[in-house]
Design a protein around this ligand. Structure first.
Ligand code: CP
Length: 339
């Protein structure tokens, strides 16, 4: 990718380090708008086509909120049953039609490569909101932005990061994209904790090793989280298994709770998760008893998702320099919401 303006965001493979740093710098500037201290109408008249063919809370709503906070409007399609795809329409035709109604499209689809196929037919930029087990680029960007923010207070950066990724690393698209992004940084140490059947794909492990990172694989939680800056927990991706019973074989295998954290983690180890976490009794990969732990960053991640998605929109629609021109202060009550 040469320039952001007019570009699709389909895979983190399209980024170099300068792209990531540019997105983060613009995201920093979105902070007063995302935190409701200022409002802008820079995207007044623009339309986001939001097309989510798999369940989503965070990605769908935060893309929509980010666009609204920039003054634009959102048109949503949720689920195949509310789309003419249910009547046999192809992705090509859907893309040609929807790109006539929208200025940019955010899309989630269960099939790997489907968002890229859609983008090839679209006449407007398309952002991949998750395509099967493949990629989730905006999630990886917000995760890395959160890592950067959390470590800044410790005078650390992403270079030399020590991170443990835990859970369903085979199907988890967020960890696939995050590992690829980490390849753009230096001297990272990664511990990949999963059941043998749910290991990180070999080509991603090889890419990290080729980038000079130290990568270890393990099937034991406790010994893997003792010397890391970040524990990044993930859910068993039930929707990628043949049956719920097959997913049950792995659910609950790795449970991070306050007792495990206290016994095994360094003080102030940051706890992350892309969410949703599975809070059912047979899962609990990230226990609710961590909710008052100040190092639990999961809701700072979700807040940061708005900043990062606002940054993507103003970069893709080429209005970074105009955001402040279309801005004014807001006066409504926001105390205590953003801490
Ligand atoms: N992290 C994430 O993609 O969450 P949603 O499935 O709720 O969008």
């Amino acid at each position: 990718m040469q320039e952001f303006a007019g570009s699709h965001i389909l895979s983190v493979n399209d980024f170099d380090r300068s792209h990531v740093e540019r997105i983060f710098a613009v995201a920093d500037h979105m902070e007063p708008y995302a935190r409701r201290r200022r409002m802008t109408k820079v995207l007044d008249g623009a339309i986001l086509g939001s097309m989510f063919f798999e369940p989503s809370t965070r990605t769908r709503v935060s893309f929509g909120s980010a666009f609204n906070l920039l003054g634009g409007e959102v048109r949503e399609t949720t689920g195949f049953e509310s789309s003419a795809i249910a009547k046999g329409e192809s992705l090509y035709d859907t893309a040609r039609v929807l790109s006539g109604y929208s200025d940019v499209i955010a899309m989630r689809h269960p099939a790997e490569g489907s968002v890229a196929e859609f983008a090839a037919a679209s006449r407007v930029p398309v952002i991949n909101g998750g395509d099967g087990s493949n990629e989730h680029p905006s999630q990886a960007l917000l995760d890395l932005y959160t890592i950067k923010s959390e470590l800044a207070s410790r005078h650390r950066g992403i270079d030399t990061l020590r991170i443990a990724m835990v859970g369903d690393l085979r199907h988890g698209r967020t960890v696939h994209s995050l590992c690829k992004l980490l390849c753009l940084f230096d001297d990272v140490q990664v511990v990949l904790v999963s059941p043998d059947e749910l290991k990180m794909p070999g080509e991603i492990v090889e890419a990290m090793r080729s980038a000079g990172h130290i990568v270890k694989e393990s099937d034991t939680l406790e010994s893997s989280i003792s010397n890391v800056d970040i524990v990044y927990s993930t859910r068993i991706q039930e929707e990628r298994f043949q049956s719920a019973e097959e997913a049950d074989l792995y659910r609950g295998r790795f449970r991070l709770n306050q007792a495990v954290y206290t016994s095994h983690c360094e003080p102030n180890t940051v706890i992350m998760h892309p969410l949703p976490r599975d809070s059912r009794d047979n899962a609990r990969e990230l226990d609710d008893d961590l909710n008052d732990n100040p190092n639990l960053a999961i809701f700072r991640q979700t807040d940061n998702g708005v900043l990062v998605r606002m940054a993507l929109f103003v970069l893709i629609l080429d209005v970074v320099g105009d955001v402040h021109k279309h801005a004014r202060d807001v006066n409504w009550y926001t105390a205590g919401r953003f801490q």
